[in-house]
Every structure is written in C-alpha cells, then in structure tokens.
Design a protein around this ligand. Structure first.
Ligand code: KDG
Ligand code: MG
Length: 408
C-alpha cells in the first residue's frame, strides 16, 4: 500500500484551518489538522515543500516509522511549526489505519473507558454581572464545567479572552484586521486584587456542583502565582490554567508549596520532552497538549500514558485554534484514556463548519460523544473548501502600563 497523493488546504469559515488530505493507491484517504493559530501558512509550507515530496510512495500503515522519520530526520527537532506539520501527517495515517480496519480509532487504542467525555465551555464577561449571565447561559445548556474569564475594573483595556462589545466571542483570539497585533494593557496588581473575590462570588452564586476553571494565560510571576493560588483555594477550582509562563517549569515548585489548587499546563507544548519534568515531578494535575502541535496521535498517546503514572489527567486544548479533525483525534483519545480529565470545547460550531467537516461526533448536555465511523470519523468537503482562502490575522500582544512587553 502506498501514499500516492497529498493536498494541503488553508482556509475555512472564520478560521484559517490547515487541512491535510493523504490519498492512497487503494482509494482510501486520511485527513489531518496542521492549524497553528495566526501562523497558518508555515505548517502548510513545511508540509508542501519538505514532508509531502518524501511521503509520497511510503506505506501509510507504518505510522510509527513515518513519525520517527520526520521527527528525527529533520535534525532540528520540535517547535510548533514542525510538530503541527508532523501532527497532521500522523492524524491522517491513523485515519487511514482506522478506515482499513473498519474501526473508529478509539477501538484501536483499547476501546471505550466511558460513555461521554465531559467538556468545558468558555464563559466571559466584561464585568462580573456579564460573566454571571454567560455562566448561566452554559449551565442552562447543560454544561457541567465552565471556564470563567472576567474584565477587571480599572484595567486600561480588556484582559485575556474578554471580547469587546463589538466582537463575536468565538473569534476573540484572532483579529482579522491584519498581521499587526492589537495591544492590550495588563495590570497584575488590579488582577490580584479583584479576581479572587470575583471567583468566590461565582462559587457562591452557582453552588458547589459546577466545575469552575480559570485561565491566567501565563501572566503572573511565580511568587504572585503562589499568592493567587493560595487565595483562591476555598473556591475549589477544577483547575487553574497557565498561572506562569510554561518555559520556567521550576516556577511551579513555589506554587505547589503554597497551594493545593489543581494546575493545568501544556497548550503550547510540542513534545513529551516539554511535559516530562512537570509530569514526573507531579507539579501539574492536568496536561493540556493538543494532537495538532504536539505532533499527532502517536506522541500524545505516549504523553497520556506517562501522565497516568503520575496521577496527571488529560485536559486537551480545544480552543478555536483547532479544526474538527484535531477535536476528533481528541474525542477518540478521550473515549479511551483511563486518565481522562476534561476536554476544552470551543470549535466554531456553525452550519458552515459542519458543511466543510461533516461528522457525527456530537455534543449533548456538556458531554462529547465520539463517532463510531471508521478512522477519525470526520470528512472534508473539497467543494466547500474552494469557497475559502487564507485571511491574515494576529493575536494581541500585551504591555504593562509603562510600555513593558508582557505575556499574552
Ligand atoms: O492561539 C492561542 C489560543 O489557542 C489560546 O489563547 C487559547 O489559552 C487558550 C485556551 O485555554 O483555550
Ligand atoms: Mg489557555
């Protein structure tokens, strides 16, 4: 069996999805996601110029060897662009494998460990009353877990993930007015003074049952993160995400000495080598990698197994950064993983998105139910794809009030 053709598509409804289609000499094809938020043309070029010409002619059943070939063979290993490109190939090879076996991927991993996978939604508000409304909206829809992000009184601009009144909340991460980033102003003191009380009010308002999550988005220094996590302990968060930038993994030791708040990290990680110290030292409770830019299903399965040895559960990244193909890879991993924790779910859930990526993975009452179709269980409509093209966009950047550049 051979790979005879490969195509890369960039574009989509409100999002530059990078989609890989691998075609075999037996007519079976596989699909993979290489979407890297606001850098989408780079994994597409990496695939087109460097990987696909070598991939053509390979036997798609040898997914492990192909993964090793591209990972080790690059010499310059890792990094989000390389790993998103390899990740798309790996996903597409697993898709082909599942179709050959006529089985959904979760069966190839070891079968289902649960009926549905709990997901969390994103509730946001420019102030606390608006956030309360947003949380109520998701609770009414049956969600059992909600990430809560709130505007900070007196903060000169909106803080992370708080859409301004004119933007569509599902698009808040990418600004499609061009590649020059918008600038936000961040004030740690205001955040530290306000947010613990806001989280306490939400707990009071919504009771003990609802799982509340909060994303600090890498904004605090280690000592500040320790102070914050100690203060919010009584709120019983399901998790506190990215309290400090993930590059300094020792930072979490200080936090752990002061607080028992569960910590979730890893959405920017690209390999098991980014995760292993945090997992082996039991400095985190949830690992947040994504099948796309952590290099595909093959390495993420390994990360999940390593995590299981250290009581670390999964909480895969599921921002609109990922296409339904990556979310399908997660759906299969979530159905199988003995140490599943939760899934972030924020795919652009529109008729246009379903038309481009038809599937019967489904969401109900805050749970995701995996499709039983062979492989990933998601198709890709090339006629629909022809309607879209790449649109330049950017993430905001963050500065302190005196102009110092900070962590977005
Ligand atoms: O591209 C960056 C986004 O994926 C990120 O800001 C989303 O932090 C995020 C989250 O938790 O979903
Ligand atoms: Mg995050």
């Amino acid at each position: 069996m051979k790979i005879v053709d490969a195509k890369v598509f960039v574009g989509g409804p409100g999002k530059n999805y990078v989609t890989l289609k691998l075609v075999t000499d037996q007519g079976i094809y596989g699909l993979g996601d290489a979407t890297l938020n606001n850098r989408e043309t780079l994994p597409a070029t990496y695939l087109q110029d460097y990987l696909i010409p070598v991939l053509i002619g390979m036997d798609p059943r040898n997914s492990e060897d192909i993964w090793q070939y591209f990972y080790r063979g690059a010499y310059f290993r890792r990094g989000p662009i390389t790993m998103a490109a390899i990740g798309a190939i790996d996903m597409a090879l697993w898709d082909i494998k599942g179709k050959l076996a006529n089985m959904p991927l979760y069966q190839l991993f070891g079968g289902k460990s649960r009926n549905g996978a709990m997901v969390y939604a994103h509730a946001t508000g420019s102030d606390l009353p608006a956030l309360v409304d947003s949380v109520s909206h998701y609770v009414d829809k049956g969600y059992k877990a909600v990430r809560v992000q709130c505007g900070i009184p007196g903060m000169p601009t909106a803080s992370y993930a708080i859409p301004d009144s004119t933007s569509d909340s599902k698009h808040y991460i990418t600004d499609f007015s061009g590649i020059r980033p918008q600038e936000e102003i961040w004030d740690t003191d205001r955040y530290l003074r306000y947010m613990p009380g806001a989280l306490a009010e939400l707990r009071e308002r919504f009771g003990p049952q609802i799982r509340l999550l909060h994303d600090v988005h890498h904004r605090l220094l280690p000592r500040e993160a320790a102070e914050f996590s100690k203060e919010v302990e009584p709120v019983k968060l399901f998790w506190l995400e990215d309290p400090t930038p993930a590059e300094d993994q020792n930072a979490l030791q200080l936090l752990r000495q002061h607080s028992t708040v569960p910590i979730a990290i890893g959405e920017v990680f690209n390999s098991i080598w980014d995760c292993n110290k945090l997992i082996e030292n039991e400095l985190i409770d949830f690992i947040r990698v994504a099948a796309t830019y952590a290099g595909g299903i093959t390495p993420v399965k390994r990360i999940v197994d390593l995590a299981a040895l250290h009581h670390v559960r999964t909480g895969f990244h599921g921002a609109p950064s990922h296409s339904p193909l990556c979310m399908a890879a997660h759906a299969h991993l979530n159905a199988w993983a003995p140490n599943f924790g939760i899934q972030e779910y924020l795919v652009l859930d529109t008729p246009e998105c379903h038309a481009l990526f038809p599937s019967d993975h489904r969401m109900d009452q805050g749970f995701m139910y995996v499709s039983d179709a062979p492989g990933l269980g998601v198709d890709f409509d090339e006629t629909e794809a022809a309607r879209y093209e790449y649109e330049p966009g950017s993430h905001p950047i963050v500065r302190l009030e005196d102009g110092t550049l900070w962590n977005y």
